[in-house]
Design a protein around this ligand. Structure first.
Ligand code: ASP
Length: 369
């Protein structure tokens, strides 16, 4: 469940000391170590909201494990597992809002910078923690992406628990409400049906039935340790009420996530189609490679998305995109930024503890869903 942050306790913890590069001397006094990178974990804002009934949020756990010496990707995935397992986040993992048929289909990918390996799963049904299946694809296959029934068979063969249904009473209740709002006559016309579905979903956001951040909604989490080892993971239930089989940006390398171990990492949340069209996480990392700061690199991708958004159905009456896209960017040195088309939040954990901060926005105001 969402937690009040306990920053003081965090700063007292060993994780904070490890993050500062402090090690105890024999006499107990800390000694500052020189190091290549400032350790940091950055994520979408849900990375600092949910604890799945424990004490740590995603960024806190990932930062603690990473600074205790756990492999960076393993630490990040342990972090996002908290959100995947927590049914209160209805945009990720168990209890994620289902597709148009009422089936929860999950997407995830992960990348390991130093090992130059990647893995992903898409439209995976029945497994609460798709990020661990994505990691199994990375570690145990020669492939980068498994989808649908094949991904589920792979997960079953590796011993993952496969459940019949990942809906919770709440996600099912919301799906039934959405169904109720669709005029059956629109089922005869795919275009009208799609528009009716989107309009009904967005009306539910405006009426406060669904958290806007969960209509789309995902967690991306990236980190770098003191040795400059960069990794990232993205995991989601995707767009609420999507056409069965629809895959967004989240599990696609270069779109929902891109990591280059020499350069940095970027991942995204928001309208997947807008990001997928330009492979914008790849674009962000390439901008980092050219020497741009995390903020400037992210802004370049947001400008590209805005320029590519020309269809009137996607524009509001100001001629601006009707949707949100955010990027969470960290370079190998540990500099980071959260950026978005419109006002938003992101989470970060450094040696100073966890924080939820406003993103740097390209455009003024909130997204006009
Ligand atoms: N990007 C995700 C998708 O399109 C959803 C989101 O993050 O809002 O599936």
């Amino acid at each position: 469940m969402p937690v009040p942050l306990n920053r003081r306790d965090f700063v007292r913890s060993g994780a904070a000391a490890a993050g500062l590069g402090l090690t105890a001397r024999a006499n107990g006094a800390p000694a500052v170590q020189s190091r290549a990178s400032v350790p940091v974990v950055i994520s979408s804002s849900n990375g600092n909201s949910y604890t799945h009934d424990g004490k740590e949020t995603c960024v806190v756990r990932a930062f603690r494990l990473m600074t205790e010496g756990t492999d960076v990707l393993d630490a990040l995935i342990e972090g996002v597992n908290i959100v995947e397992r927590d049914p209160q986040d209805t945009s990720v993992g168990y209890g994620g809002l289902p597709n148009a048929d009422g089936v929860v289909q999950l997407d995830s990918c992960c990348m390991h910078g130093p090992k130059k390996r990647a893995g992903g799963v898409a439209a995976l049904e029945g497994v609460r923690i798709p990020s661990l299946v994505a990691k199994a694809v990375l570690e145990q296959t020669d492939h980068h992406l498994l989808v649908g029934a094949g991904a589920q068979t792979f997960a079953r063969q590796l011993g993952f628990t496969v459940e019949d249904d990942l809906n919770t009473p709440e996600s099912r209740r919301l799906w039934l409400e959405w169904k109720r709002r669709i005029d059956p006559e629109h089922f005869l016309d795919p275009e009208k049906r799609a528009r009716a579905g989107a309009d009904a979903g967005l009306a539910m956001v405006r009426e406060g039935l669904i958290d806007g951040a969960h209509y789309f909604g995902t967690i991306n989490c990236n980190g770098v340790n003191t040795r400059g080892e960069v990794c990232g993971v993205t995991t989601t239930s995707g767009l609420a009420w999507k056409i069965p089989g629809r895959v967004g940006d989240s599990p696609i390398l270069g779109a929902g996530l891109y990591v280059d171990g020499q350069v940095g990492a970027a991942g995204s949340t928001g309208r997947g189609e807008a990001n997928l069209f330009g492979l914008c996480s790849y674009l962000v990392v390439e901008q980092l490679r050219q020497g741009k700061s995390p903020k400037d690199a992210g802004m370049e991708a947001l400008r590209r998305i805005k320029a590519n958004t020309i269809e009137t159905r996607l524009l509001d009456d100001r001629g601006q995109p009707r949707f949100q896209v955010s990027f969470y960017v960290v370079n190998r040195a540990g500099q980071f930024a959260g950026v978005s088309l419109f006002e938003g939040d992101y989470a970060v954990c450094t040696a100073n503890g966890p924080e939820t901060r406003p993103t740097e926005a390209l455009l003024p105001g909130k997204a006009n869903w």
